[in-house]
Write a protein that binds this ligand. Structure first.
Ligand SMILES: O=C(O)CCC(=O)C(=O)O
Ligand SMILES: [Fe+2]
Length: 305
């Protein structure tokens, strides 16, 4: 039997059924003509001051040559007004991330749908000389138990998040295009990703890379002398991944800083391992105390030998 070479399907944004089918089959797709050049140039310009001001990372999450613009939605009016509310994103997150369940309230059946929200949005600007990230699943943060679906085919609803990444420049093998393993969204938790299984997601500006949270991928290596690879990422997750009572808005910074450390921690002002709940790459408590940090680093230490 011929072995199917993994390829990334490229589909026009108007062909929504084919986009959905590609995501079911491969866990990823490149949408052609997702956006336009004028919009990209605006987002590039709105994020540049933050990218220029960012510092080298000290740790394993990013190579030191990469710069970021966190809080993309707050900082880029264009990304906020044009991209996170794009109806196609809404269609895809409704299909793959929204969660509907049914319960009895007394003897009456009630059905509720929790709609996906943007959980994080960030620009990744990979500079010359950057090494590739390690292949990873973004949903590690949400502690998903991945069952092997390679024999059964993909069960829609088994992912809890998905990503949309729009290049600010043409991405190439040399400048660090994202690499990914199409089909790896189906793998069980015990299968390790191999570098040779990954293919580059080569994109033109106006394309959009879409992937499920369970797809193995990584930022590629940038082996160019002087090109920067800019990518604007928006990550949507289950809408109920937050606290039921919103203590963050109910209590002032001053009040929270007066609480005992155990109470602060139990109320969510520290992080959930590995990466959930940071703000400008600080823990909420560091941020509220106005702590200055010279170099941002991993929240959890690397477990590599
Ligand atoms: O920069 C990229 O291409 C992807 C970055 C990424 O996967 C991550 O930081 O989780
Ligand atoms: Fe990632």
């Amino acid at each position: 039997m011929a072995v199917k070479e993994p390829i990334v399907q490229r589909i026009e944004r108007t062909d929504v059924p084919a986009i959905i089918q590609a995501i079911i089959e491969d866990g990823c797709v490149i949408i052609k003509n997702f956006t336009d050049l004028e919009t990209i140039e605006k987002v590039n310009a709105e994020t540049k001051p933050y990218i220029d001001a960012d510092k080298p990372w000290k740790g394993d999450l990013f190579p030191p040559e990469t710069r970021r613009c966190s809080n993309l939605v707050g900082r880029s009016k264009t990304a906020r007004e044009q991209w996170i509310v794009d109806p196609l994103i809404k269609t895809l997150t409704s299909k793959f991330v929204d969660k509907t369940t049914t319960n009895f309230y007394g003897e009456t059946k009630h059905t509720y749908t929790s709609e996906a929200i943007c959980s994080i949005a960030m620009t990744f600007d990979v500079g010359p000389g950057a090494k590739a990230q390690r292949l990873h699943r973004d949903d590690k943060n949400f502690h998903v138990d991945h069952e092997d679906q390679t024999a059964t085919g993909y069960r829609v609803g088994s992912d809890v998040m998905m990503a949309f990444m729009i290049p600010g420049v043409k991405t190439t093998v040399e400048n660090g295009a994202t690499i990914a393993i199409p089909g790896s969204h189906l793998w069980g938790a015990d299968r390790a990703p191999k570098q040779h299984e990954a293919v580059p997601a080569l994109m033109e500006p106006t394309d959009c890379w879409v992937m499920l949270g369970g797809l193995y991928h990584a930022g590629g290596a940038n082996v160019t002398e002087s090109e920067r690879r800019t990518l604007h990422g928006m990550f949507f997750a289950r809408g109920y991944f937050r606290q039921e009572e919103n203590a963050y808005l109910a209590n002032s910074t001053e009040e929270v800083l007066s609480w005992a450390p155990e109470a602060q921690k139990i109320m969510g002002y520290e992080l959930s391992s590995p990466n959930i709940g940071f703000v400008n790459f600080k823990t909420p408590l560091q941020y509220m105390r106005g702590v200055e940090i010279d170099a941002f680093g991993d929240f959890d230490p690397s477990q590599e030998k």
